[in-house]
Ligand binder design. Sequence first.
Ligand code: MV4
Length: 512
Amino acid sequence: MFRKVLVANRGEIAVRVIRACHELGAAAVAVYSDADARALHVREADEAVHIGASPSAESYLRAERIIDAARRTGAEAIHPGYGFLSEREVFARAVRDAGLVFIGPPAEAIAATGTKTAARKLAIDARVPVVPGTTEPLRDATQARDIAREFGFPILLKAAAGGGGRGMRVVRAESELSAALDAARREASGAFGDDAVYVEKYLEGPRHVEVQVLADTHGTLLSLGERECSVQRRHQKMIEEAPSVAVTSELRRAMGDAAVRFAAAAGYVNAGTCEFLLDRDGRFYFLEMNTRIQVEHPVTELVTGIDLVQWQLRVAAGERLPFKQEDIAPRGWAIECRITSEDPSGGFLPSTGRVRYLHAPSGPGVRWDGGIEAGSEVGLFYDAMLAKLIVWAPTRTEAIERMRRALLELTVDGLETSRGFHLRVMEDPEFRRGEIDIQWLERRLQSLVSVEPPDALVRDAAIIGALIADRERSRSRPNDAAAVAAARSSAATAERRSDDAWRRAGRLEGLR
Ligand code: MV4
């Protein structure tokens, strides 16, 4: 195993990787920007190197500074986490050229899967189903029209260099085609510096199901089952689960085999994910491969019992995977909620400020992968995800109830968070029946945010808590966090009871 690993990331994933390093007896080097000088990942690491100003373009995206930090601290390997430099072929190659180990796939595998048209060709050659469409970029609107007539509307124009939904246009009629092609080209060229666009048949209301793969350098390549990621808004996943209600054991085997065939064709090593769309008839279509550890990896860890980040490190150090495909089957159910600093009742606008008080849920089957602590400053430089709350239980219904319980335990003071939104999803009848697809959340959002926020009471209590704290401070300088906590705890108890407005008002009066 490595003696020292540099973690080229921040927030919860940096903390997650540092934990894996420590469990494997490796020291962890953090890197940080100005804004992150006091961040949790810096405090949890064994050493830390300042790499620049707060904007990520001046810090976490500076490959040369990160490689330099690894050299100077004597780290042997670099874990890129997700986002930032994690899927940059050039970075993976530069790390290798510096005599260091990139904890991820070979640069060649990132390149082979990087553009959608190349990935579709690989998939077709590996007999992995793809959505009907082209594998070559379009020449012009005339060619687009001919292809659209062949497949039938609606079609989807996609940027060949694309990812995460940018450079995509749905076209429902021939009259819209040429304007849509121009728009897709413009967006693709702006976002990726490449205006190549190709065509797929547009699938309505599929699920987004992805398959985790894990490969060593000795030829073992395994599928670790699927994650259901349909609950998303504007290409941002909000809730993920494993397994998927829509996947039978036969379908799991078929999708797993397809993912493994694709990864093998790409020369894949380390942890990766094949994304699929799954239609109502149980047909699946390969979309793209993500060549990084993903945000939602914990749900797979909880149902397989395999520590993916530890195995990323061990495989990168040359170890053999000791598992056999036959031994891998999901056990129980896991759900993850992404706790973000966004205000669901305010159109998910980002919220900023200092975390005044934090109480992370715990107890049976609960995991908190957090990147914040009380005192953390949350600004606008980076992603709004503060932490992930993940639960495991024997069945999906029990996992939903456990998540609801854990969300009720959660307190983040000083910021708006997505907590209330997640509580309402856990209580939503359609979600509870598993009737979700990639359009579900957008369809349901109105009714999810227009019900009276269960947080209303908690918010009132926060104000009261602050009042109590102020009064106490002026008297005898006691711990204001404790006063807020007391008010919060009464409020949370009240929230758990089914109550009418009058009784709630009574309790508030009592608190006051
Ligand atoms: C699609 C699709 C429907 N039909 N392709 C969006 C991001 C990119 N990875 C692929 N995406 C989609 N491709 C065809 N032929 C619908 C989406 C899509 C989507 C996919 C996964 C998760 C969320 C999504 C949200 C909107 C659209």
